[in-house]
Design a protein around this ligand. Structure first.
Ligand SMILES: [Zn+2]
Length: 360
């Protein structure tokens, strides 16, 4: 049960906030707890409940990759555990407890994630990414012990939509009889992958998109050098700060140019060459997967941007037919992403996807 791996880390779609510096003199990392931006009144109410330890025992945070789910979950976990009596509406954000949560070093916060599975997957020679029933049982054993520091015990399940079915069934037991002050915080970008029995036992909260002015302010604050990239980053972000920041990296800018060139003339699209261009200069195989995901994400974001621009300009008069290839292409990128989850080689996945973009 180690590392709290941030959403998007090593997967292209960028982490939402939080610096990742490691360890200061006292052994606690330097990352500061980040307050989620623009999550509205419903979230504020849940925070109040968390402070009073009256949060539902199962909580599912939903949203696209990079939408800030991890930031929301960290803040909720801190609201449950932060001992500051002065802050009734949320965690203080700066105490030892909050800081350790931000640095994934708190003994009462256990995390299930795919990163652990990565090692196990290699060992078991499994052919797909999932969180195994073994991982769930191990986490349940940890939860069955007393809270180390008192207030609560928290199990975070990142990528809960990658839980094996058997693992979900095992988790049901904890959702039904969680034990005193025990909270399960689940995170999923595809909640429909969860069993109905799991979904019906958790409170669901969707991460809200951020308005453009907030995104703009945050990009300027965090990446002052990326000013020229701001309009594109906002347009591609879908209201997610994580994705807006991810769209500002040099690599994302290159991939975005590739996407634009490709969409400018699909008749001349060369699928194999394009797939190779996406994966070129990528050192390890694992990073190839990241590059492929990032490309698919940018392609999808660009298609969404064009679809909504067209809808706004046409004002209904010119209908779905002219947007139709874009809708089909959007679906193709989603299917390709699922193929990557099945560990089909990235070059093969991208090529097979792009071939279908070329008009017959
Ligand atoms: Zn605190």
């Amino acid at each position: 049960m180690s590392g709290w791996v941030k959403e998007g880390r090593g997967r292209g779609a960028g982490s939402g906030g939080g610096g990742g510096d490691e360890s200061g003199g006292d052994g606690i990392g330097h990352a500061r707890l980040q307050m989620p931006l623009g999550q509205g009144e419903a979230f504020a109410r849940w925070l109040g409940q968390a402070r009073a330890l009256r949060l539902p025992h199962g909580f599912l945070v939903e949203g696209a990759r990079g939408s800030g789910k991890s930031t929301v979950i960290e803040w909720l976990a801190a609201a449950l555990l932060c001992p500051s009596e002065l802050d009734r509406d949320g965690p203080c954000g700066v105490c030892r407890t909050c800081t350790r949560i931000a640095n994934r070093q708190h003994p009462d916060v256990h995390v299930l994630d795919l990163a652990q599975d990565e090692a196990e997957r290699k060992e078991l020679k499994k052919s797909f990414y999932e969180i195994t029933v073994g991982q769930v049982r191990q986490a349940q054993e940890l939860l069955a012990r007393h809270a180390v520091e008192g207030r609560a015990r928290v199990l975070v399940v990142e990528d809960a939509d990658h839980l094996a079915e058997e693992g979900q069934n095992a988790l049901l037991k904890t959702l039904e009889e969680p034990g005193v002050a025990t909270f399960l915080l689940l995170e999923a970008s595809r909640p429909e992958q969860l069993l109905p029995t799991v979904r019906s036992r958790v409170q669901r909260l969707r991460v809200l998109p951020l308005p453009a002015d907030v995104l703009e302010r945050e990009i300027f604050r965090r990446l002052p050098a990326a000013a020229a990239r701001v309009p594109d980053a906002i347009a591609l972000s879908g209201g997610s700060l994580g994705q807006a920041l991810a769209a500002c990296t040099e690599r994302a800018v290159q991939l975005h140019h590739l996407v634009q060139a490709m969409l400018a003339d699909v008749h001349r699209l060369r699928p194999v060459a394009t797939a190779r261009a996406v994966l070129q200069n990528v050192e390890e195989r694992r990073h190839e997967l990241d590059a492929a995901r990032e490309f698919l994400w940018l392609l999808r974001a660009e298609l969404r941007r064009r679809t909504s621009a067209l809808a706004a300009a046409a004002d209904g008069s010119y209908g779905a037919s002219s947007a139709e290839p874009w809708t089909t292409w959007l679906e193709l990128t989603l299917a390709a992403e699922r193929d990557l989850d099945l560990l089909i080689p990235p070059e093969q996945v991208l090529t097979a996807c792009l071939v279908q973009f070329v008009p017959a």
